[in-house]
Design a binder for this molecule. Structure first.
Ligand code: 2HA
Ligand code: ZN
Length: 279
């Protein structure tokens, strides 16, 4: 573990970084982020961090295989590749880092953290491309979060992999689901993780959905804050947990929320459910 100097200490006390350190510990305790599972990236407010970055930065430059036009000159707090969420709270300088996207959008410069030759998450393509997709939809967008939420993964084995059917099932498992994610969930086919290809497909779904399921792997969530992205995933995961519980119960499902009740609910809470997903 590296000694923490004064500038690092101030930076580590920036609220966004503190929140991420606490949240990743909570996520590990939920059993979603075994070993090095899961990764998060967070678009930072420049004014909170620039004064504390050393003049010696950038430490290293990474060439991106793709251009990220919308993120140029932006700073992102990112979890490190191969590191464990469990350890972030104990060793943030090795398990987290800040990257700055270059002026031309072709490079990522490591400007803080990733001590000991660490580097950003293996899912950096999915993160950067998804940030661009969400920013195009919502200027307040800031967080992309990937985690191995247990019951959502389980559900991808026992439920048909259709966005319409899966969204509708999740909505029906907890009354508040349709209010929290009225657009439903996007689903990719099974793909190799850590590639630009899965990044392109994830980002393409992120145009329409804030939640994207990776079958037999996990989920991507997005939001304006860590709280929001986490809350979205937490709500979908809770619905998936109830689905797995009722599905494995010998009594089976004896009654459920009807499509009409979903429509009434959405109206009462003033949200527009995805019209393609309601019968
Ligand atoms: O960070 O979760 O998808 C490890 C992973 C890869
Ligand atoms: Zn993963």
């Amino acid at each position: 573990m590296k000694m923490i100097n004064k500038k690092d200490e101030i930076l580590l006390n920036v609220p966004e970084i503190q929140e991420l350190m606490k949240l990743t510990q909570d996520m590990w305790k939920m059993g979603w982020d075994e070993r090095n599972g899961g990764n998060i990236s967070y678009l930072l407010k420049e004014e909170n961090i620039i004064p504390y970055l050393s003049e010696a930065y950038p430490k290293r430059q990474m060439v991106l295989d793709f251009k990220v036009e919308l993120l140029k000159n932006q700073y992102l707090l990112v979890t490190a590749s191969g590191e464990y969420f469990r350890n972030i709270i104990m060793d943030p300088l090795a398990t987290l880092g800040i990257i700055r996207i270059s002026e031309d959008g072709n490079f990522a410069e490591i400007v803080w953290g990733f001590e000991g030759e660490g580097k950003p998450t293996s899912e950096l393509s999915s993160h950067l491309m998804s940030h661009e997709a969400r920013l195009a939809e919502d200027p307040e967008h800031r967080v992309i979060m990937h985690t191995h939420a247990t019951n959502l993964i389980a559900m991808t084995f026992t439920h048909v992999l259709s966005e319409k059917e899966m969204s509708s099932t999740l909505w029906k498992m907890c009354t508040e689901c349709i209010v929290v994610f009225p657009e439903g969930v996007g689903i990719l086919p099974w793909m190799i993780p850590g590639t630009d290809e899965i990044g392109i497909e994830t980002a393409s779904k992120m145009k329409d959905f804030r939640l994207v399921v990776w079958p037999h792997h996990g989920i991507f969530g997005s939001g304006a804050t860590l709280n929001e992205a986490f809350g979205l995933i937490e709500t979908a995961e809770k619905a998936a947990e109830i689905y797995m519980l009722v599905k494995s119960h010998p009594a089976g499902i004896m009654q459920e929320i009807t499509d009409q009740q979903l429509i009434d609910l959405a109206k009462a809470f003033n949200v527009k459910p995805n019209p393609l997903f309601l019968s």
